[in-house]
Design a protein around this ligand. Structure first.
Ligand SMILES: *[C@@H]1O[C@H](CO)[C@@H](O)[C@H](O)[C@H]1NC(C)=O
Ligand SMILES: *[C@@H]1O[C@H](CO)[C@@H](O)[C@H](O)[C@H]1NC(C)=O
Ligand SMILES: *[C@@H]1O[C@H](CO)[C@@H](O)[C@H](O)[C@H]1NC(C)=O
Length: 198
């Protein structure tokens, strides 16, 4: 009985479904009560959607050559959290984690809502980065653990294969995990993986 439950939980970890979401006043439902960057959907297939994001600012923090275990996530997140408190930046989403296929470097990025981008300065480990317009191929809305690197890699691989099948050009070596829940959540109904179009 116990074993059967364990097996069921393990299977559910990898059930992917593209859940629909609705957009109200330019805000997708998965952003819940946080501020999040707006985008336009250019195309949509069964496995991913193509999103165009406008120029936005993010605050970022890096680690190099470290495995993404809890202490590393804490090391990435805490300075960003402190920065937002100091600058009175309200809760935003997504929290992005940039992963490389070949090295164990990671960058965590927090979205800075447009009306809070004045006078942003680099402070300590935290730096401000402005992304110009970019197109993201998004494997959207898989339910599961938003903090499982195993799950991210699985979803990233599924997405990468779909994009290759569709002959799209994108940076194969970098993917982003977009987290829309509490940073330490172990389950969330909406998670995303992004590859960036070239
Ligand atoms: C949308 O994606 C489908 C499937 O890859 C493709 O056939 C179609 O050309 C795409 N449309 C646009 C506007 O990119
Ligand atoms: C990863 O970090 C190392 C150490 O700082 C650096 O030399 C390397 O260029 C980084 N790799 C990438 C892909 O950013
Ligand atoms: C970015 O995209 C927006 C809307 O799609 C457009 O108005 C703007 O000119 C673009 N900016 C650049 C730098 O491409």
């Amino acid at each position: 009985m116990a074993l059967r439950n364990v097996v069921l939980v393990l299977l559910l970890q990898f059930v992917s479904c593209q859940r629909p979401y609705i957009v109200v006043n330019g805000k997708p439902s998965f952003c819940k009560n946080t501020l999040c960057p707006s985008f336009t959907v250019k195309n949509s297939t069964a496995t991913y959607e193509t999103r165009q994001y406008g120029p936005e600012k993010w605050i970022a923090n890096d680690v190099v050559e470290q495995p993404l275990l809890f202490p590393t996530k804490k090391q990435l997140f805490m300075p960003l959290d402190k920065y937002t408190r100091r600058n009175r930046i309200p809760a935003s989403s997504p929290l992005l984690v940039k992963s490389y296929s070949k090295v164990s470097n990671f960058t965590m990025m927090m979205y800075v809502p447009k009306s809070y981008t004045r006078n942003l300065r680099n402070r300590g480990y935290v730096y401000v980065t402005e992304k110009q317009n970019f197109t993201a191929y998004v494997r959207r809305s898989f339910a599961g653990n938003p903090n499982s690197i195993l799950r991210w890699k699985y979803e990233a691989n599924e997405l990468k294969n779909a994009l290759i099948r569709d002959k799209l050009t994108f940076n194969h070596d970098i993917f982003y995990s977009a987290i829309y829940s509490e940073p330490w959540a172990t389950w969330a109904s909406h998670n995303e993986i992004w590859f960036i179009a070239k």
